[in-house]
Design a protein around this ligand. Structure first.
Ligand code: DQA
Length: 141
């Protein structure tokens, strides 16, 4: 099994972006140590892109492989992108929707999601730990 952790726009800035919301730890460093930690148990690949089309192409490319599972933080595209929602519905790989912050405790426009209805489940508000919890769930199911 390979778990792809996919992050959308501005998530490359976590660590220096609004630290009161997203914390001081760089997301790519956190995910690199998570990948190391799970070596031998499961292969984890991380991918980040700021462009909607690139995210669509990547998910379409990997999403029909039976051995693939996806953890996806679409960032702001989660609230706006019908195309990414359709893409998650189209592929066969299971997807967990992750948000670092609690989007339900923030502005109302963050409460709409095109990803959540197409995903197995959502983790929101548990910080970077949400990615680890999603990996753990995928190892058990
Ligand atoms: C986010 C929440 C989104 O509303 C926001 O646009 C992001 C990050 C999160 O991880 O909490 O970019 O997806």
């Amino acid at each position: 099994m390979t778990i792809h952790i996919i992050n959308g726009p501005n998530l490359n800035l976590v660590g220096k972006r609004e630290p009161e919301i997203y914390g001081h730890v760089s997301l790519s460093e956190y995910l690199t140590s998570l990948t190391e930690e799970y070596k031998g148990k499961v292969e984890i690949k991380q991918y980040q892109n700021n462009c909607e089309g690139e995210l669509l192409d990547y998910i379409q490319r990997i999403g029909f492989d039976e051995s693939v599972k996806i953890i996806f933080n679409a960032g702001a595209f989660g609230h706006t992108s019908l195309a990414l929602g359709d893409c998650i519905r189209a592929i066969t790989a299971p997807v967990i929707d992750v948000h670092i912050s609690n989007v339900y405790a923030r502005e109302s426009f963050r409460q709409n999601s095109y990803i959540a209805p197409a995903a197995v489940g959502t983790i929101s508000g548990l910080g970077l730990e949400g990615y680890r919890l999603a990996v753990e769930w995928m190892l058990k199911h």
